[in-house]
Ligand binder design. Structure first.
Ligand code: NDP
Length: 290
């Protein structure tokens, strides 16, 4: 059987490193402003989790909850206030926003110096330039950290990313091809032909699709490392909640073929939160040195 990459354990290690880094600061703590619009159940639980982890590390989190009916002007005004607030180091606008709001314009409105989600054009541009001051989107950054800390060789290896979204697939492809990581990267999407053959060439296969069982055993090379980003809720009568979480990978059939694989839940998810905290601490120190 493969090594199961334990995202909970690795994220706990990162939390402890960040807490140690903050242990000797005097004065105010780092502060992340969390913005949630509406009452999407998944967003409620993600924001609550982020607050909880922040408190554990020694980061202040300020929750800004706006009603579903919030206008773009009202949201922009909140972001402008948070941008101007000297006591706020980091701003996270929880996606997805209600449909009537412009998500990309909102991400771009967050000051680049506080954009710990890394979704603004400024930080995506810096990432492209391999500028170390960039805030890198948390899920892709977390995946790279998981790969590094699990001892997966990337140099010269074939990496295939399935999914080309702005929040996962695209920045992840940029990170994998960066100097020092040095993978040879292919990116697939819903229009890709020969998906199976392309995936089968991967030493590192990363699925960020949002569809259960997209990756099946016949698509995976023997000994590959498989990273499952997907979070899909499927009905499950045995669970009290009525659903269970699964990834994009058919874990049961794929796992026996892999050298390493991430589970869902407990793989990439906790790393996303850990990297939000790491970006907040990075912003705090960068701003306090100005
Ligand atoms: P998007 O819906 O934005 O992107 C999905 C991508 O998958 C698109 O590029 C799409 O192609 C591609 N795709 C869809 N169907 C297929 C297919 N049959 N074959 C190949 N490619 C396909 O999703 P996100 O990137 O935002 O999220 C992906 C998954 O990751 C979701 O389950 C989400 O919940 C999860 N997620 C998990 C996080 C975590 O912390 N673990 C954080 C963020 C996301 P096209 O561009 O052509 O439409």
């Amino acid at each position: 059987m493969p090594d199961i990459i334990d995202g909970n354990k690795i994220s706990e290690e990162i939390h402890a490193e960040l807490a140690a880094h903050l242990a000797n600061i005097s004065g105010r703590k780092p502060c992340v402003a969390l913005v949630r619009v509406g009452d999407d159940p998944a967003s409620i639980s993600y924001v609550a989790k982020k607050s909880k982890v922040a408190a554990k590390i020694g980061i202040e989190s300020r929750l800004n909850i706006l009603p579903e009916s919030t206008t773009q002007e009202q949201l922009d005004s909140l972001i402008d206030n948070l941008n101007a607030d000297e006591t706020v180091d980091a701003i996270l606008v929880q996606a997805p926003l209600p449909k009537h709001l412009n998500e990309q314009a909102t991400f771009n409105r967050v000051s680049a110096a506080k954009d710990v989600d890394g979704f603004s054009f400024a930080n995506l541009g810096k990432l492209c330039q391999e500028d170390k001051s960039a805030f890198v989107a948390c899920t892709p950054a977390g995946i790279i950290e998981l790969i590094k800390r699990s001892g997966v060789e990337t140099r010269g290896k074939r990496a295939v990313v399935v999914g080309r979204s702005l929040i996962v697939g695209k920045p992840l492809a940029l990170l994998l091809m960066q100097k020092g990581i040095d993978a040879t990267v292919s990116v697939c999407h819903s229009r890709s032909e020969n998906l199976k053959q392309i995936c089968k060439e991967a030493d590192i296969l990363i699925a960020a699709v949002g569809r259960p069982n997209t990756i099946t055993a016949d698509m995976v090379k023997d000994g590959a490392c498989v990273i499952d980003v997907g979070i899909n809720r499927i009905p499950c009568a045995e669970k009290k909640s009525g659903y269970k979480l699964v990834g994009d990978v058919d874990f049961e059939s794929v796992a026996p073929k892999c050298s390493k694989i991430t589970p869902v839940p407990g793989g990439v998810g906790p790393m996303t939160v850990a990297m939000l905290m790491a970006n907040t601490v990075k912003s705090f120190f960068a701003r306090s040195q100005k």
